[in-house]
Ligand binder design. Structure first.
Ligand code: FES
Ligand SMILES: [Fe+2]
Length: 416
């Protein structure tokens, strides 16, 4: 049997081809005809491989806030698909994304017995044979290598590989593709919408670091993007504050990002100003905001795998990264404006909000893992109609996926 024949008979390849055909078809429909993707799209190993290749190795991915690593030597780590990286603040205060793979025999240069995904180092010394690297990834020493002619000859090439990094309003994005187009040009319109919030001046003060969960990354992203489920999964938590039927999700046509406004309910509002209900506060509202801004949380998601929600007194960030075809890692960041960051009572003031975010995550997690456990069923193969307009971000995400996986993007192709 020839390889070509073998590929034709490969059931995974045939399944992926069929699913991609369906994705292209769904992505090209108008929203009124929108339909959820079939369960196989969230379980297929071949689709996951393609996503690693065309999304996670080629697109801009949110890895954290720059304020999480304020000083030279501060680092945070992440794994993008199968690529272990660290994001480091250099002596020159620049933020760089570096590989954690030692160029000698591939040890993780951070695996020295300390745990956690944040830390501080003056340099990175590989725990295996002590090759050392500066904060910019350049080699600074390698013991007992002077008799290796190869080492002497190749010395300058031995460094920690670096990846493209862009800091947009304090959000750090990394791209594994050295030929990637810059990110910022895609985000001009978000810049306008969020201009009053001074996003670069917020600092992360707490986080919910959720353990690895058994669900496909797209499933959890879909969940994080739509507010239709407030009245279902969150009927006692989110729905009383941000009712589904008060969410404005009919916004942009972009295939790179979406936004929606989650308005406070009349029951939870703390008065009215200029005709706008006012959102309750934990901290004093940020000064530059209008009465309209103070009536809501403005939720913005940048595909493929992040969102942030701007409230009158808080900024919440969400980061998801896949760890396999049916697993992902999630982290929620809670940020306040830098003028409140030194408040000695901040921890107590935010405690209830952090607990609330944790409780919401418990509710979401129950839904997501529940869905994943249904996906092998033959009855999970034809998705239902999308709710118009609250599931619009899922429809836009289909266009993003089609754009990345197929090179086409439905109605929004060519859009911002
Ligand atoms: S593997 Fe890092 S120094 Fe040998
Ligand atoms: Fe949710």
């Amino acid at each position: 049997m020839s390889i070509a024949e073998g590929q034709r008979l490969d059931p995974h390849a045939a399944q992926a081809e069929r699913l991609l055909g369906l994705l292209g078809e769904y992505a090209a429909r108008p929203l009124e005809e929108g339909q959820a993707l079939p369960g196989e799209m969230y379980t297929s190993p071949a689709i996951y491989e393609l996503e690693l290749e065309r999304i996670f190795r080629r697109d801009w991915l949110f890895v954290g806030r720059g304020d999480e690593i304020p000083d030279p030597g501060d680092w945070l780590s992440a794994t993008i698909g199968d690529e272990p990286i660290m994001v480091v603040r250099g002596e020159d205060r620049e933020i760089r994304a570096l590989s954690r793979v030692c160029p000698h025999r591939f040890m993780d240069v951070l695996a020295d017995g300390s745990s956690g995904d944040h830390g501080h180092r003056d340099s990175f010394v590989c725990p295996y044979h002590s090759w050392a690297f500066g904060l910019d990834g350049r080699m600074s020493g390698a013991p007992m290598m002077s008799r290796s002619k190869r080492f002497e000859r190749e010395h300058d090439a031995y460094c920690l590989s670096s990846f493209k990094t862009e800091v947009w309003n304090g959000f750090v994005f990394v791209n594994l593709d050295s030929d990637a187009e810059p990110l910022a040009s895609r985000l001009g319109e978000i810049e306008e919408i969020t201009a009053d919030y001074d996003l670069a001046d917020w600092v992360q003060v707490d986080r919910v670091d959720w353990p690895e969960s058994p669900a496909n990354w797209k499933l959890v992203m879909d969940n994080g993007r739509e507010c239709y489920h407030h009245q279902g999964a969150h009927k006692d938590t989110l729905e009383p504050l941000w009712p589904s039927n008060m969410v404005d999700a009919d916004t942009t046509d972009s295939k790179y990002w979406y936004y929606q406004r989650m308005f406070v309910s009349p029951e939870m509002a703390v008065g009215q100003e200029d005709g706008h209900l006012q959102h309750p506060l934990v901290l004093p509202a940020f000064e530059g905001l209008s009465a309209f801004d103070r009536s809501q949380y403005l939720l913005i998601g940048i595909y493929p795998s992040m969102f942030f929600a701007c409230g009158p007194d808080m900024l919440i960030t969400g980061k998801w990264l896949p760890t396999g075809p049916a697993s992902h890692k999630f982290e929620l960041g809670i940020c306040v404006h830098k003028s409140h960051a030194d408040d000695p009572e901040l921890k107590e003031k935010l405690a209830e909000s952090v607990q609330w975010a944790y409780d919401l995550q418990v509710e979401d997690s129950r839904m997501i893992t529940g869905i994943q456990s249904m996906l092998e069923s033959r009855h999970a193969q034809r998705g239902g109609a999308l709710q118009y307009p609250l599931e619009r971000p899922m429809w836009q995400f289909q266009q993003y996926l089609a754009h990345r996986l197929l090179g086409s993007g439905g109605p929004a192709d060519g859009g911002a």
